[in-house]
Design a protein around this ligand. Structure first.
Ligand code: PLP
Length: 480
């Protein structure tokens, strides 16, 4: 097979030339972004590099078409090609994940979660109430009946993993809309092991009796037993919703199987398509038949009109994720995370939960006497791109934090293996152990300022450049 990057190279050169004639600053920023991404060690656990065929699929006239509604039932005329795109994306998602139903419209992970929440409320609260009242639609309700139904939406309960244990803000965090839609309580992790304690979760669930039990995470470096989570949900009649945004690539690549695969166990599964799944920015909802018709009404009841060009790119990425190459990639992501964790620990770094068995590692930066913010900034000075993150019971709060989250999906896409990730661990430790916190002007220990020892940034950048040069991003793509 020819190299698609080389084949697309002249096309991208032309595209940038044409864009420059309209707005040269955007053409230049697009070039600069590629240069920057090529030259940095991208360790942000939620990022990746989509293939050029996926990226190219986004830039088409499908962007110009309105297509509210769903496949074959649109509120606009002329959607036959959008129907093809959405059908292919949904078909790949169903087959890849073994799901009964797939909805390819959500514009992002947060939109996928909102769609799922409203679908669960529709299925569990609205439909039974309508049936009880002998009505088919909410529009047929009297003012009084509608008001009583509307209020009962706000009386429902949701339980998800707490933010500082690794949950996502859409899992019921009060400032997020999910914390306002539902009465919310969260479960954390064991204070000693920092691992999920299923017995403790079970106790909390039995006491709180949520309508929705959410499993999934943004910053928990371990696998989850979804069969056990389903058993717990069933004990109180809760709907189990799994947000697999972070680890969808490991599910797609069959690294997480059996009890670790959420799809056979959850009623509803949401995901992003751009993290470990390596697709375009976007979301998906997978569901059992029972929830399918409610999820299918996502647009226009929850979501804006579908982004058909993005659904097309999701279809291409999902086709890629069904290949043997992608399975190898997913296994490498998990193996590389283990190597990275071991490389950090053998050099004295403390990790939340003492390791990883997924695609991410959470460094407890207090072992270097630094906040997450100081660590993130010092690493960035040395060309290592990470993001700060809370650790369980974080003494420095959600802004400064005491952790740095790193992940292997992006650099594994560039071809980094065990040797390279051990070197990455060495470089991270070199930066953090040569960084000192700087006391704030108030005399209190500073949480943002830091001093990186002279020469370290340049030394680390030079060593990173050697690794990056060996594994170029989009080899064959030349922008003159
Ligand atoms: N769910 C989880 C678990 C996430 O980690 C994220 C993103 O960080 C999201 C949802 C939101 O995804 P998006 O940024 O695409 O809305």
């Amino acid at each position: 097979m020819t190299n698609p990057n080389a084949e697309l190279s002249p096309a991208y050169q032309t595209i940038l030339k044409v864009i420059a004639q309209v707005e040269p600053r955007i053409a230049q920023a697009t070039r600069d972004e590629l240069t920057d991404q090529r030259a940095s060690l991208k360790l942000i656990a939620s990022e990746n590099y989509a293939s050029l065929p996926v990226l190219a699929t986004m830039g088409t006239w499908f962007s110009d078409k309105y297509a509210e509604g769903t496949i074959g039932h649109r509120f606009y005329a002329g959607c036959q090609n959008v129907d093809t795109v959405e059908s292919v994306a949904a078909e790949h998602a169903r087959e890849l994940f073994g799901a009964e139903y797939a909805y390819a419209q959500p514009h992002s992970g947060i939109d996928a979660n909102l769609t799922a929440f409203w679908a669960i409320l529709a299925q569990r609260v609205e439909q039974p109430r309508l049936a009880e009242l002998g009505r088919k639609q909410v529009n047929e309700l009297t003012e009084q009946e509608w008001e009583s139904l509307r209020r009962s939406f706000g009386e429902q309960r949701l339980m998800g993993m707490s933010l500082d244990a690794g949950g996502h803000l859409t899992h019921g965090f009060r400032p997020n809309i999910s914390g306002k839609m539902f009465h919310q309580r969260s479960y954390g992790t064991d204070p000693e092991s920092q691992l999920l304690d299923y017995d403790a979760v079970r106790e909390q669930v039995k006491e709180f009796k949520p309508l929705v039990l959410v499993a999934g995470y943004s910053a928990y470096p371990r696998r989850i037993n979804f069969a056990t989570m389903r058993e717990i949900a069933d004990e109180v009649g809760a709907t189990l919703m799994v947000d697999m945004a972070h680890f969808a690539g490991l599910v797609a690549g069959k690294v997480f199987t059996g009890d670790e695969d959420p799809v056979p166990h959850a009623h509803v599964v949401t995901t992003t398509t751009h993290k470990s799944l390596r697709g375009p920015r976007g979301g998906l909802v997978l569901a059992t038949e029972e929830y399918a018709s409610s999820v299918d009404r996502g647009c226009p009841l929850v979501l804006g009109g579908p982004l058909s060009h993005m659904m097309a790119a999701k279809a291409v990425a999902l086709a890629e994720a069904r290949t043997a190459d992608f399975r190898t990639y997913a296994q490498n992501v998990a193996d590389n995370a283990k190597t990275l964790a071991e490389g950090l620990m053998k050099r004295g770094t403390k990790l939340v939960t003492g390791g990883t068995d997924n695609h991410l590692v959470l460094i407890d930066t207090t072992s270097f006497g630094l906040t997450g913010r100081q660590s993130e900034s010092a690493l960035l000075d040395a060309g290592v791109v990470t993001n700060r993150n809370s650790v369980p019971n974080d003494p420095n709060g959600a802004w400064y934090t005491s952790g740095v989250r790193i992940g292997t999906p992006a650099l594994t896409s560039r071809g980094f293996g065990a040797d390279e990730f051990d070197k990455v661990a060495e470089l991270i430790v070199e930066v953090l152990s040569n960084t000192e916190p700087v006391t704030a002007s108030t005399g209190k220990p500073g949480k943002a300022k830091y001093q990186l020892a002279d020469g370290v940034a340049d030394r680390v950048k030079a060593q990173s450049a050697e690794l990056l040069d060996k594994h170029p991003l989009y080899p064959g793509l030349e922008l003159s």
